[in-house]
Design a protein around this ligand. Structure first.
Ligand code: GMT
Length: 375
C-alpha cells in the first residue's frame, strides 16, 4: 500500500505513535509518505520506503495568522496525486482531519479515503473549544475510518460530540525488542552514585501532565528513601517546576534532562515511572517505561487503567493524591521481592498486550477494510 501519514512532528505522543507506525509499516513493505511542517522527531536517518514531504508556509502581510490548514491541504492534494497514494492517515484530529477532508473534496474522483486517529486533547480539551467544535465533529464524521487509542477516548468522542460513527479502538504500541532494560547502563552510575532509587517522569510539561505533582511526590519519597528524580521533556510548566524544586530545596536531587530522543538508557537507569496526569487518553511514555520493566505510579484518569493493572504493574490513585502516590512508591521500593514481581509484570503486560507486531497489523486491517468499502 502507499500510505500518507500526517502528524505533529514535535515532541508528543501522537507524533511518536504516527512515526513509529510509519516506520513499522515501511518495514513491512508499504510505501509511507509523511506530510508535516518539519521532520517528525523520531524519523531520523534514512529508512527504506519512507519519504518526507514538508508543508511549505509562505507569509504575506495580510495573514496575521499562518494558514497551515490550507497549506497542508494543498500538500496533501499534491502528494496523493503525484505519489499515487492509496490512503491518508491523519493523527490528531485538529486540523489534520479537516485538511484531509478538504483534500479529498478538491481531488474529486481522484481522491483517496482518509482515516483519523484520535489521540487525546484533540477530543478531550482543544476540540471542545467553541472555535473548533463544529469543524472537529464534522471532520470526524466525514472521515472514512476513525480509530481511538483507548476505549475511554472512544466513549468520550461518542458522548462529547454526539457522534454515532463506528470508532475502532487500536491501542498504542511499543517495540519491546528495542524498549527493554539494558543491564550495562553508564547513566545509572552517574545519577545514582550512592545507589539512590531513581524516579522518572517523561512528558511535554503541559498543565495536564501535572509535572509539579511529580516533584511533590518525590519530595515525600526522599524523606524516607535515598532517591533522585529524573525529569525528561520540556514545555510550559518547566519553569514552575524548577521554581518548585528551589522552594523545596531539593534541586540537587532533581535532574532536568530536557528533551531526549533516546529513552531506553534513561528507563534502564530508573526504578519507578511517575504519571500523575490530569487527563491521559492512553499514556504512551508509561507503556515504553513498562516495556523496560518499570512499575508505574499513576493517576486513575482516562485510558491509564486500560494500560496498567493496579496492584500488578504499578499503582493507580486519584488525581492530585500526592501522599497516596508517594506511599505506593515507598512501599514498592522498600520491598525488593515485590518490586521484582511488579517489574516483571509491567514488562509482561507490554509484551503480551501492546507489542508492535500485534498492533501494527490492526492498522493494516483497518486500511484494508476502508479501501474495500470505498471500492
Ligand atoms: O495531549 C494530547 O492529546 C496530544 C498527544 C500528544 O501529541 O502528545 O497525546 C495524547 O496521545 C498520546 C498517543 O496516543 C497518548 O499516549 C497520550 O495519553 C495523549 N495525551 C493526553 O491524552 C493528554
Amino acid at each position: 500500500m502507499k500510505i500518507g501519514i500526517t502528524c505533529y512532528p514535535t515532541y508528543g505522543g501522537s507524533g511518536i505513535v504516527a512515526t513509529e507506525l510509519g516506520k513499522a509499516l515501511a518495514k513491512r513493505g508499504h510505501q509511507v509518505h509523511f506530510i508535516s511542517y518539519t521532520l517528525p522527531t523520531r524519523l531520523d536517518g534514512f529508512i527504506e520506503n519512507v519519504f518526507f514531504h514538508e508543508v511549505e508556509m509562505s507569509s504575506y502581510p495580510l495573514f496575521d495568522f499562518p494558514l497551515y490548514t490550507i497549506a497542508l491541504t494543498s500538500k496533501m492534494v499534491d502528494v496523493v496525486k503525484y505519489e499515487n497514494l492509496d490512503i491518508l492517515h491523519v493523527h490528531y484530529a485538529i486540523p489534520h482531519a479537516t485538511s484531509a477532508y478538504l483534500a479529498k473534496q478538491i481531488l474529486g474522483n481522484k481522491g483517496v479515503p482518509f482515516t483519523t486517529t484520535l489521540h487525546g486533547t484533540d477530543i478531550t480539551l482543544v476540540g471542545l473549544e467553541p472555535s473548533y467544535l463544529y469543524a472537529v465533529k464534522f471532520s470526524i464524521e466525514e472521515s472514512d475510518g476513525v480509530t481511538a487509542v483507548s476505549r475511554h477516548l472512544k466513549e468520550k468522542t461518542l458522548s462529547n460530540y454526539g457522534i454515532t460513527k463506528d470508532i475502532e479502538v487500536i491501542p498504542n504500541f511499543v517495540d519491546t525488542e528495542k524498549y527493554k532494560k539494558s543491564e550495562a547502563c553508564k547513566f545509572r552510575e552517574q545519577i545514582s552514585p550512592n545507589n539512590e532509587k531513581i524516579l522518572v517522569h517523561v512528558s511535554n510539561f503541559r498543565k495536564v501532565k501535572r509535572v509539579p505533582d511529580t516533584v511533590r511526590i518525590f519530595n515525600e519519597v526522599r524523606k524516607e528513601i535515598p532517591s533522585r528524580l529524573v525529569l525528561v521533556g520540556d514545555g510550559p510548566d518547566r519553569s514552575n517546576t524548577e521554581q518548585l524544586c528551589r522552594e523545596l530545596g531539593i534541586c540537587k536531587d532533581v535532574i532536568f534532562l530536557g528533551k531526549q530522543s533516546e529513552l531506553v538508557e534513561i528507563y534502564s537507569a530508573s526504578d519507578i515511572f511517575l504519571m500523575p496526569s490530569q487527563s491521559e487518553s492512553f499514556g504512551l511514555s508509561a507503556l515504553e517505561a513498562m516495556s523496560c520493566g518499570l512499575p508505574v505510579i499513576s493517576s486513575s484518569v482516562g485510558g491509564l487503567p486500560e494500560l496498567q493493572v493496579h496492584g500488578e504493574t504499578g499503582f493507580i490513585a486519584e488525581i492530585g493524591d500526592i501522599n497516596r502516590m508517594a506511599r505506593y512508591t515507598v512501599d514498592l521500593l522498600r520491598d525488593e521481592n515485590r518490586y521484582r514481581i511488579f517489574s516483571e509484570a509491567a514488562r509482561r503486560r507490554a509484551v503480551e498486550n501492546f507489542e508492535l507486531n500485534t498492533i501494527v497489523p490492526q492498522y493494516e486491517q483497518h486500511y484494508e477494510h476502508i479501501l474495500t468499502k470505498a471500492k
